[in-house]
Design a protein around this ligand. Structure first.
Ligand code: CA
Length: 226
């Protein structure tokens, strides 16, 4: 089990990391929200995220909202000194699964981590299907008609985001913020470039699967079986 700790305070990160590793978990630390989102949505996704709210680049709340727009399943426990009720409510509303006010007792944190990792996730939630395309979210593998398609982690994240929003028009800024996780120059054509890669790999040269919506963005055509 791998745990991602998003925490800018080295002393706290070190303490929590050592404790988690002593308890048998693999850990990864991200000191900023942008590093956190990259690691959270990267090639080897964590099984659980511990998220500090006061981060140097953006708040943990913003990172949580962005993460939840792509991944609704991975448990997130918010760690923060902001133990007041409005912050707690905000964290839970944004999709946090639990809340630990700092300073916390490490044994209690471990108990909450164990509880979250025990929550049985439905096998169905590990797969996304759209027509002939299927994504396995555990192995990060894409299949087309049962054959493996080699995708980079960014291509996979883009396709996953589109598959979670089948039939909806997704604007370039929405896609950028969900998949790249930071503000690109609005003139950047990175989304178009990656949609092009996906179309190529999915045999969608005539844009039947990923439609271009004039003046809008892109829409993944809804699969028949949903
Ligand atoms: Ca902090």
């Amino acid at each position: 089990m791998k745990i991602l700790l998003v925490e800018d305070e080295a002393r706290v990160a070190d303490f929590v990391q050592k404790g988690l590793e002593a308890a048998g978990y693999r850990t990864e630390v991200a000191p900023t929200a942008s590093a956190g989102i990259d690691q959270a949505l990267g090639a080897e996704r964590p099984d659980l995220i511990l998220l500090d709210i006061g981060l140097p680049d953006r708040s943990g709340f913003e990172m949580l909202a962005e993460f939840r727009s792509v991944d609704q399943d991975t448990p997130v426990i918010v760690l923060t000194a902001r133990s007041d009720v409005p912050s707690r409510v905000k964290g839970l509303d944004l999709g946090a699964d639990d809340y630990m006010p700092k300073p916390f007792d490490f044994e209690e944190l471990l108990a909450r981590v164990r509880a979250r990792l025990r929550d049985v996730r439905q096998p169905a939630s590990f797969e996304l299907t759209c027509g002939e395309v299927c994504l396995d979210l555990r192995t990060r593998q894409a299949n087309l008609n049962g054959k493996t398609v080699d995708l980079t982690s960014r291509e996979f994240a883009l396709l996953e985001f589109m598959m979670r929003h089948q039939g909806q028009v997704l604007t370039r800024p929405q896609i950028l913020s969900a998949v790249w996780g930071y503000d690109f120059d609005p003139g950047s054509n990175v989304v178009d470039v990656y949609v092009g890669y996906l179309r190529g790999k999915l045999g969608d040269r005539d844009a039947q699967l990923i439609e271009t919506v004039r003046g809008g963005g892109y829409r993944l055509r809804k699969g028949k079986e949903q």
